[in-house]
Design a binder for this molecule. Sequence first.
Ligand code: SAM
Length: 240
Amino acid sequence: MTEFVTFQGDALARLAELPSDHYDAVITDPPYSSGGTFRSDRQQATGQKYTQTGEKKNPFSDFPGDNRDGRSFLYWMTLVLSETYRVTKNGGTIALFTDWRQLPTVSDALQAAGFVWRGVYVWDKTLAARPRKGYFRQQAEFVVWGSKGPLPAKPDLPALPGLTTCSVNKGGRFHQTGKPVELMKAIVQVCPEGGTVLDPFMGSGSTGVACGELGRKFHGIEYTEHYHEVARERLAETFQ
Ligand SMILES: C[S@@+](CC[C@H](N)C(=O)[O-])C[C@H]1O[C@@H](n2cnc3c(N)ncnc32)[C@H](O)[C@@H]1O
């Protein structure tokens, strides 16, 4: 099966070229524009931001788009999600990664774009996650999810779990902030078998690899040439 298509370029520009009412699900992990309490933290290179104290610098390529302030992030995310809304089928789902700082902004943008907000899926990153002595570990990231209009009933399908527990390094790393394929396989099940998933910020293509392994078609967009190439290699291997 060779049912994947990738586009290199800016998500907003590429989304504008895609057909309306086409995708069964949009599952994506955009730059969080988070990673710190202060403006100076947010403006660091991604390799700096996403390297834990005492750890060697993250060996993967830096990526753009991760340093917007709160207002510009909300505005930009609303523009991207509005185009995403247009290309999603009626009754299709959206699932969007974020962290605890940006959770309120992302759920606002999702609703401003027209989606119905349905809930928050939890990725439990296990005790391998960022520790803070005497305080709570930053152990979870979140997937804000929703739908374009009412959710169609699926009486013949089992209910999906509302969280996945899986360490960030499970299954190998291909991107500075790459998501494990095991996690993505749990999430792409929201797309009907044989349906098509779009990821407008695909990075190294983990969403697509999960689709290939579970019989979903995949379309992905990535801004950098580097990660676009990494994704193409992984996808070509998966969708043979
Ligand atoms: C958080 S990463 C996605 C990682 C991916 N989930 C994986 O497992 O490899 C976000 C990606 O969005 C890309 N990106 C940033 N700005 C973009 C834009 N305007 N359009 C498309 N992609 C963009 C970055 O280069 C980065 O690879």
